[in-house]
Ligand binder design. Structure first.
Ligand SMILES: [Zn+2]
Ligand SMILES: [Zn+2]
Length: 384
């Protein structure tokens, strides 16, 4: 009897611990669009529709709802043949978990997107604001598929789950002045829909449930990642002008033969030079400087073009000429500067294609994280 009571007690303690970390996130979705009119024409189950404090009814999976922006704080709703006007707030609440609602853009036009969780829709100054209230773990499933696609190895999905979970926790106040916590764009992690294809993603999220990366002092670790580092990860100071604890530059041989390892671009030499002269007073009358300009090499990643004394950050060139990375060599060929570059993205932190390659070579998720973030620890509890 005593054992039964003890086991029962343990069961409740474990149950409580397991669920005490469940967290609902508020994610701003469809933020790429200035939404004026959207339509819901499909759902995988029934859901409640509220307009301000009026209950409009239970929508079934094939009901069509139109939501139209009128002005700030003012929307119109068409639902089951009725028109409702002067609505300030619309709430959509699926009856069961794992149901999804599908949104299609009418103005502007965009193709259907499905999301799980609840929705709160309001009208801001010039467009609709859509906030998806969703369990953190379910949100991560959508993020991972948006960020990494459907064809990765299970161990890679576990890596992405841990870094994306850490990112979400660390940045949960990022958009607090916008009425949500994170948005769905690349700077906040891409989240374009619920997980649609590979169910291994859900397994990877649940296999790493609650796992995050911490710094030695227990703070959430900064988990930057980019598509391909080009063979050497980038020091954060070269991108953002500041050092970030736990992130350093190092050689990465896992990504050098992958899809986005190299790139080429030719830029008219006059455009190249006029940018340097206009923005940095580059001394075109100085023959030594011009010789340097026509043949630039990076054996290792540099922060500045030619020499720091010229004060031309490579990241400015990347932005101006829409380059895939700052890691490139440049040589004059006829009327062009021909750039031969490495990698894609800012190059700080985890290199996605390198990490994917490690997973294909049978490295485990903790080995991959240990390679890209050697100063971090994987923690099973919420950090500070
Ligand atoms: Zn954002
Ligand atoms: Zn790499």
């Amino acid at each position: 009897m005593c054992n039964i009571l003890r086991n029962l007690f343990l069961f409740f303690v474990l149950f409580f611990l397991q669920n005490s970390f469940a967290q609902t996130m508020q994610i701003g979705v469809l933020t790429d669009f200035k939404l004026k009119k959207i339509k819901i024409n499909k759902a995988t189950g029934n859901y409640h529709v509220m307009a301000d404090s009026i209950y409009l009814g239970l929508a079934t999976s094939n009901d069509v709802i139109e939501i139209i922006y009128v002005s700030s704080g003012n929307m119109m709703v068409n639902f089951k043949g009725n028109k409702y006007s002067a609505i300030r707030k619309i709430s959509l609440n699926p009856i069961f978990e794992e149901q999804s609602i599908q949104f299609t853009g009418i103005n502007p036009v965009f193709s259907a997107r499905q999301y799980e969780g609840d929705f709160v829709i309001t009208a801001l100054k010039s467009a609709l604001r859509m906030v998806n209230e969703i369990d953190l773990e379910t949100y991560l499933e959508g993020v991972i598929e948006s960020e990494a696609g459907s064809a990765q190895k299970f161990e890679y999905y576990k890596v992405q789950a841990i870094i994306s979970r850490t990112y979400a926790k660390k940045n949960e106040l990022k958009h607090s002045t916008d009425g949500y916590q994170l948005c769905d764009r690349v700077h906040c992690q891409v989240y374009h829909h619920k997980r649609l294809n590979n169910t291994q993603i859900d397994s990877a999220v649940s296999a790493t449930k609650h796992q995050i990366l911490c710094l030695k002092n227990g703070d959430f670790a900064p988990t930057f990642f980019s598509a391909n580092c080009g063979g050497q990860t980038c020091n954060p100071s070269q991108v953002w002008n500041e050092n970030i604890e736990g992130l350093h530059s190092f050689q990465d041989t896992f990504c050098i033969y992958t899809k986005q390892a190299t790139w080429n671009k030719s830029i008219p030499i006059l455009d190249w030079i006029s940018f340097l002269v206009n923005d940095y007073n580059f001394p075109i009358d100085d023959s030594i400087s011009m010789q340097l300009l026509y043949d630039f090499k990076q054996e290792e990643r540099q922060a500045f073009y030619l020499h720091p004394a010229y004060g031309i950050p490579l990241r400015d060139l990347r932005e101006e000429f829409k380059l895939k990375s700052t890691y490139f060599n440049a040589k004059k060929e006829g009327e062009y500067m021909v750039l031969n570059g490495y990698g894609f993205g800012h190059g700080v932190g985890l290199c996605q294609e390198g990490a994917m390659k490690m997973a294909r070579n049978s490295y485990s998720f903790d080995q991959i994280i240990g390679f890209y973030f050697p100063d971090y620890t994987i923690s099973n509890i919420i950090c500070k």
